[in-house]
Design a protein around this ligand. Structure first.
Ligand code: ZN
Length: 254
């Protein structure tokens, strides 16, 4: 396959030097256990695929966008006692994001999308802080919120459930253990009512929440459901990229 100009890891200086890229996409995942049946880089596989597919969608419509290499480590402070879950603290993430954004800003790229694929990552406050100091428009998408999971899955699940398992069946089927080997992905709720009902919040200690590291039942997952969802999210983010690439930064408001 020839290098794709909208995937930075494949692109070369010959094409990059003459392309006026409007939008860079920074996919950001995590490295953590995903029940017994999914690989530890599940979030990275998913988010990389969506960044590249959305970039391709936009590129074919004439938008000059590029997917950067994926940052593979997320905030996993609640999983530090799970072997080989690798934590990157929010303060470190801000330092990484600052360096990437500053590089791009100095090279004339005017817009940056942080495409987040891990529930423990939250880029909003970092962007609020960074936006005041770097001359590049920064926005973020949690890709699992782009379309309604309930329209595609019986029970989407939160982590390594039907949605993530379906996506991985579609993307990298050879890396999955057979479904009967997966745990049920049963999640224990907080006893304190406010935390349980979601209007109060605290990070969860994963080992106490779940026995198999999953939160969500993967049993009804299929590759076909995964592909359908991937396509819908691709079109959603791809359409956003087309619009963002064309947007006039001095005239963003109605
Ligand atoms: Zn995940």
């Amino acid at each position: 396959m020839p290098p794709r100009p909208f995937v930075l890891a494949e692109a070369n200086w010959k094409s990059v030097k003459d392309t006026a890229y409007e939008v860079a996409i920074l996919p950001w995942g995590a490295t953590e256990p995903h029940n017994y049946h999914l690989p530890n880089s599940t979030d990275n596989y998913e988010t990389t695929a969506l960044a590249e597919r959305a970039a391709e969608f936009a590129w074919k419509k004439g938008a000059k966008v590029v997917a950067l290499p994926t940052v593979p480590f997320g905030v996993n402070t609640g999983q530090l006692d799970l072997r080989l879950a690798i934590n990157m603290n929010p303060s470190t993430q801000l330092a990484v994001l600052t360096d990437v954004a500053t590089s791009l800003a100095g090279q004339g790229v005017k817009k940056l999308l942080v495409l987040n694929g891990h529930g423990g990552n939250d880029f909003k406050q970092m962007i609020r802080e960074l936006q005041a100091t770097v001359d590049i428009f920064i926005c973020t998408i949690n890709w699992w919120t782009c379309v309604k999971g309930a329209d595609y899955f019986d029970e989407p699940g939160d982590h390594a459930g039907e949605m993530e398992t379906s996506l991985m069946m579609s993307l990298v089927p050879d890396l999955l253990r057979p479904l009967p080997e997966a745990g049920a992905g049963k999640a224990r709720k907080f006893k304190v009512a406010g935390l349980r009902d979601g209007w109060a919040w605290a990070p969860r200690h994963w080992r106490e929440v779940t026995d198999d590291t999953g939160t969500g039942n993967p049993a009804a997952a299929t590759a076909a459901k995964g592909e359908k969802f991937l396509q819908a999210v691709t079109e959603r983010i791809g359409g956003f990229l087309v619009e963002l690439a064309a947007a006039d930064l001095s005239d963003l408001y109605e």
